[in-house]
Design a protein around this ligand. Structure first.
Ligand code: NAP
Length: 303
């Protein structure tokens, strides 16, 4: 599998595996988690996307159990995790309202917890999960630079940031931001025109695409009349048949066609689906096919 080069010259696999739904799997045993990890590694998917909050703060530890069972994994993978969302959770009894916390105290403690739960000495990427309206960019920028300087984190990125949020944080940091992880799929096309992709391209920053199948709705709504998924379904099926792949592969090929460098963060828990992820690299995609799908996704032709 191709690698995507970040501004700091480190690389990630062109696809990442997201562990958000790991704790929802029928089988959450270490053996099952290792099976999913191995299905990724067999295709060259070495980048794993976490957040402190996933699975009500349990997914990092579930993944960490797999690493504990096979310590050699540590050197075979890149670990991405996120911070700043505070959920209403039994784990945080003093939290009375869902909020974001980009205070240095929270970010530093969160990184230490993530390192400990996952069982690694360093994070390849730490992302600020959501823009915090109360963010003190001077404080946060200095804190994030410090995390890179002390070696706990190899690179810093953001998630769900608009261009002005990226610019503000970057203006208070000496280290370059490495990526913006955004919701991007055939069911979420706004970033192509709302400035997020343009800004990433301007700064030569690859984007990570979360919920690249619309969280599964591209499949689950395929027969639901009036939805984008239903409009897209016949052409996705035709392109899948023509390329000997499946509709997931076509939808992901569409995403990866953009020259900015789009790294889909895949979310299936099912091993046969994971094993088929790399089929996306075999789907031919040209400009007009891309626009055909874009038109159906948006429900109208471009002006
Ligand atoms: N930064 C952020 O704010 C943010 C937000 C959300 C997610 N994320 C990241 O993005 C990752 C991926 O998100 P996601 O899980 O929503 O990705 P997704 O790939 O869009 O959706 C995955 C869901 O689609 C289902 N699915 C896949 N193929 C299917 C098929 N052929 N038919 C029916 N259902 C199918 C999966 O079910 P099965 O498991 O049964 O295959 C799973 O429930 C997360 O793990 C997380 O790392 C980040």
């Amino acid at each position: 599998m191709n690698r995507i080069t970040l501004p700091n010259s480190r690389t990630l696999s062109h696809m990442a595996y997201g562990v958000w739904r790991l704790s929802d799997a029928e089988d959450t045993s270490v053996t099952a988690t290792l099976g999913r990890i191995d299905a990724c590694l067999a295709q060259g998917i070495t980048t794993f996307d976490h957040a402190d909050i996933y699975g009500d703060y349990r997914c990092e530890a579930l993944f960490g159990e797999a690493i504990k069972a096979r310590p050699s994994l540590r050197d075979a993978i890149e670990v991405v995790t996120k911070t700043d969302i505070m959920l209403l959770s039994a784990q945080w009894p003093n939290t009375r309202v869902k909020h974001y916390d980009t205070s240095p105290a929270h970010v530093l403690a969160s990184v230490d917890r993530s390192l400990q739960r996952i069982g690694v000495d360093v994070l390849d990427l730490l992302l600020i999960h959501r823009p915090d309206p109360l963010c003190d960019a001077d404080e946060l920028g200095a804190c994030l630079d410090g995390l890179v300087d002390c070696g706990k984190v190899r690179g810093i990125g953001v998630s769900n940031y608009m261009p002005w949020d990226v610019d503000l944080l970057q203006s208070r940091m000496k280290h370059r931001l490495q990526t913006n992880q955004i919701e991007l799929s055939l069911l979420s096309t706004a970033p192509f025109t709302n400035g997020q992709i343009a800004h990433a391209q301007q700064h030569k920053m690859p984007v990570m695409a979360w919920s690249p199948l619309g969280g599964g709705r591209l499949h689950s709504q395929a027969r639901q009349a009036g939805t984008a998924a239903a409009r897209l379904s016949p052409i996705l099926a035709r392109l899948a048949q023509a390329s000997g792949t499946d509709t997931t592969a076509v939808a992901i090929a569409w995403l990866m066609h953009h020259s900015v460098g789009v790294l889909p963060v895949m979310g299936s828990n099912q091993i046969p689906r994971i094993e088929a992820f790399n089929q996306a690299f075999t789907v031919p995609m040209d400009r007009q096919t891309w626009y055909e799908l874009y038109e159906l996704a948006n429900g109208h032709e471009v002006p």
